[in-house]
Structures are given as C-alpha cells and as structure tokens.
Design a protein around this ligand. Structure first.
Ligand SMILES: C/C(=C\COP(=O)(O)O)CCC[C@H](C)CCC[C@H](C)CCCC(C)C
Ligand SMILES: Nc1ccn([C@@H]2O[C@H](COP(=O)(O)OP(=O)(O)O)[C@@H](O)[C@H]2O)c(=O)n1
Length: 317
C-alpha cells in the first residue's frame, strides 16, 4: 500500500492520522494500561516491553513537510538502500568531522584541547540526530551501529600503532600519544554502538545517555577549564562551573533530543513529568561525573552508565 502525498497538509494529515495507514500499529491502546497512561498524549501506541510509551516509529520521510513526500511501505530493496545510505552518511560524517577539526587545529584556528572537546560533543550528538534517517526495519539499528563500530576498529588499529593517522591522533588525544586512542575515545564510540543497538529510537534511555556523555560531559570540560576557578570541595580537579555547566547544558541537550524525537513521532511524552525525570537523571549524572573517580573509571563509561540506569528507573516510575 502506498499513498503519495502532494503537500504538507496531506503529510500532516498522515502524521496525525496515520495510525489508520500504519500496517504494523498495534490496536492496543495504552489508555487501557493505567500504569503508563500518564506518559501518553494522543494516539494509540505500539506496546512492547521497553517502548510501552513510544508511538510506532516513522521514517523521517513521513513527517517532513516535503512537497513530494512519499508515504509508502518501502520494499525490502528500498529499505536496504535507505539503511546503507544512512550508514555511509554517518561513517563519512564522522570521518569528515574529525578531519575538519584537524584542519582547524593545524591552522591554529582553535586549540587542540577545544578541538578534542568539540569532536567529543558534536560527533555523538550528530550521530544520534542521524538515527531518523535510517528505515523502520528491525535491522536499521545495526546499520546505524556500523559507524561507531568502524571507528572502534580504526581506534584500535591506530591505538596499537599498527598504522598511523596523525590527524586522528591530534584531534582526539590529549597528549598526542597513539595509545590514548584505546581509552576515552574507544569507550566513547563503544558507548555509541551499545546505545544504538540496545536502546535505538525506542526509548529515551539511550538518547539521554548520549546527551549526557557527549553534550553534558563535553561542555563541563570546556566551561570548567575556562571558568573553573572555584574547585569542588571533594574533588580539586573539578569545579563548580564545570559541574553546573554539565547539569545545565546536559539538561537542555537532553530535553532538546527528546523533543526532536517527539516531533518526529517517536515519542509522545508527558512533558510535565518528563522534565522532572530528565532533571533528576542529569543531576545524578553530574554528581557522578564530579567524583574523583576518573583514575578508576573513565567518564565515557561512568556518565552514560549512571545516566542509563537512572533514566531506566525514572521512566518506569
Ligand atoms: C574525542 C572523542 C572522545 C574522547 O573523549 P574524552 O577522552 O575527551 O572524554 C570522540 C571520538 C570521536 C570518534 C573518533 C569519531 C566518532 C564518529 C561517530 C561514530 C559518527 C558520527 C556521525 C555524525 C553524522 C557526524
Ligand atoms: N565537572 C567538571 C568537569 C571538568 N572540568 C574541567 O575540565 C577538565 C577535564 O575534565 P575531565 O578530566 O572530566 O576530562 P574528560 O575525561 O571529560 O576528557 C578538568 O581537568 C577540569 O579543568 C571541571 O572543571 N569541572
């Protein structure tokens, strides 16, 4: 079945009413489930174990007000092409982002420290933002994970000095040592892959984990180095400015990411309770990041892990 849309009005009509046209929508209505009815707003939802409050996914194509938007049940070949293209975009985008910051660093347009943090912030957030480009097939999440997994391989190869990539080492290491690639950067891309595969677009948990690891922790570093004169009483390596920035920017980026996915139809969240939940998650993640545990466990593991656990609990309550 396919419906060719001819204008934004029709696309909006499909968006608001396409539960009639969605072949895979469960007729189960969450209102019948009192536990989660407060999470939903308007439309019947597909009930699954973790995504009990998530509307069935829509490919980006369905909700974009495109003049020639096609709302069609894509053929397997078209779905494969869409996922391969999106994976190639993510892979190329990651390589291009690192190369761009290497260019800026080489020409002393930005400092090496700032370059690394901006790569830390933007590569993960742009990766998550690219997820709606993938199809609604069950394999889409694995195609999406190809970009971080390919970078895992890249980091291991260059981290073990089996080959060399000066641009990569300059852009993502603190001291320019190849073995540094096997710590923070490797944990970072592994976290991206795990969130894509395990949580994907079906739950706020993965989105919040990456928003805090990429956005919150990244901004904490930048603001903490610049304005962090007053150190935390229990950790002289971290500052109030860094931690407050992590909470504030982590919260804003998290809400922004949930709103982005909500606007695309993946979530219908009760924003009153969601705002409180996100604030609690960001606060706890900020506390954990501020602890003097960097020598024991890398922030790229501790921050997403505590965010994931806290978000999973908060969004079940
Ligand atoms: C600098 C990075 C991690 C170090 O973290 P920390 O030690 O400062 O805490 C980030 C490493 C990024 C990686 C080399 C490239 C990742 C690309 C990503 C998987 C795909 C991005 C796609 C998007 C569309 C640009
Ligand atoms: N909460 C925080 C986090 C970082 N920072 C500053 O940012 C620097 C790097 O932070 P970090 O060790 O967490 O760096 P990454 O492990 O995130 O790369 C710290 O040495 C502080 O100068 C801060 O002042 N307060």
């Amino acid at each position: 079945m396919s419906t060719i849309t001819t204008d934004a009005t029709m696309v909006e009509f499909l968006h608001l009413n396409n539960h009639h046209s969605r072949p895979f929508l469960s007729t189960q209505n969450c209102y019948s489930n009192p536990t989660f009815s407060h999470l939903r707003r308007r439309r019947p939802f597909q009930k699954t174990s973790l995504s009990h409050f998530v509307s069935p996914p829509k490919p980006l194509l369905v909700v974009l007000p495109l003049s020639v938007a096609t709302h069609a049940l894509l053929s397997p070949a078209a779905t494969l092409s869409q996922d391969v293209g999106a994976a190639a975009f993510a892979l190329g985008g990651g390589y291009g982002l690192v190369s761009a910051f290497d260019y800026l660093t080489d020409r002393n347009i930005i400092s090496k420290k700032l370059s690394r943090k901006l790569v830390h912030i933007f590569s993960g957030l742009l990766f998550v933002a690219s997820w709606p480009l993938f199809s609604t097939s069950s394999e889409a999440r694995y195609f999406a994970s190809l970009a971080p997994l390919a970078n895992c391989l890249r980091l291991v190869v260059y981290g073990l000095s089996l080959a060399t990539d000066e641009g990569l080492i300059k852009s993502v290491t603190r001291e320019g040592k190849p073995e540094e690639l096997l710590t923070g950067p490797l944990y970072y891309v592994l976290t991206l892959a795990v969130c894509a595969i395990v949580f994907w677009r079906e739950s706020p948990v993965g989105l919040l984990s990456l928003a805090m690891m990429c956005g919150g922790d990244g901004v904490a570093d930048i603001m903490g180095r610049k304005f962090g004169h007053v150190k935390l009483p229990y950790n002289q390596k971290k500052s109030w400015a860094g931690s407050i920035s992590m909470f504030a920017f982590g919260f804003l980026i998290s809400i922004g990411m949930l709103y982005y996915y909500s606007a695309l139809g993946y979530f219908q969240l009760d924003w009153n309770i969601t705002t409180i939940r996100v604030a609690v998650v960001c606060f706890i993640a900020t506390i954990v990041e501020s602890l003097p545990t960097t020598e024991i466990i890398d922030d790229n593991i501790s921050v997403p892990l505590v965010t994931l656990l806290t978000a999973y609990i908060c969004f079940q309550l």
